[in-house]
Write a protein that binds this ligand. Sequence first.
Ligand SMILES: *Cc1c(COP(=O)(O)O)cnc(C)c1O
Length: 351
Amino acid sequence: MGFEDNIRKVTPYTPGEQPRNKVIKLNTNECPYSPSPKVIGAMQDFDWERLRLYPDPAMTEFTESLAKHYGVKPSQVFAGVGSDDVLSMCFLTFFAGEKPVLFPDITYSFYDVWAGVYRIPYKEKKLDDEFRIVAADYYEQNGGVVIANPNAPTGRGESLELIEDILEHNKDSVVIVDEAYIDFGAETALPLINKYNNLVVVRTMSKSRALAGMRLGYCFGNEKLIKYLNDVKYSVNSYTLNMPSIAVGKAAIEDKEYFDEIVGKVKATREWTAKEFTSLGFTYSSSDTNFIFAKPPEGYSGEYVFEKLKEQGIYVRHFNKERITDYLRITIGTDEEMNILFSALREICDV
Ligand SMILES: *Cc1c(COP(=O)(O)O)cnc(C)c1O
């Protein structure tokens, strides 16, 4: 009807809730610790007068520190406003063919949204009953492959052999490996960018570097792929990262010591909380991420436990989606937050 026919209509991504009041927030996989003191220093030292100028569209300071830190060439790095922006640019750039792009049925729920908004055909490949990726599902003809490793919301990491198996069978399409959680487990595919010119490895500063609010993401790949990405970026919005973000990104990547410390703390909390979940009768598979994907004991549905926790100001994530509706995705918080969670769960589940 009239202008309605000309409008791009899409089903949007649903982000986890960001409540304004003080709650225990275990629903969007943020880091429970503050960003590096070097990051806070970089913000304090920032010369706000400079804001009248446009930022460096190539984000050189940031991309060069990333290249140095990860041992790649600056021409193999691309950065954006969170890895959501980087992934969105990757979908737009690399998936322009007619064949369907392949990704798992249970994975980051933004992939099918980008496919939708960019009108990219796609096919979802079923994870097996243990929520594992079946490499052979990705051998068929396709227009691209997207694998989150470790996967979300399952928390499972796959071996580098499986990733390489998928790469070996996909020389004619771009393979994206989304490593949002790699700092918490599984082995990175990063060294493989020099072996496979069709591989893109995507990373974020939102989870392991405690910078979700700054919106910083990046990816690595063959120079040619990075050039194609930049061509598209400069055709949409040349100035993606603002000046403070560029300064903060550089400061964050340079503070390895603090990074190791907070990742270590999250992993330590993950280890003892896993045992606690077992004693509460929850079932889960071991996590390679900063969250646990767990099923409440018999008789307590995922939705029920989710609602009960919310009433007490404890936010976790529940997905109303086939195969995973019984589960809750619970971010690893501080030891104190987890203790509060467990006393609430003991009451809710009558343990
Ligand atoms: C959190 C997450 C992202 C997005 O992170 P940004 O905050 O946009 O950097 C991308 N992929 C997966 C699998 C995630 O869990």
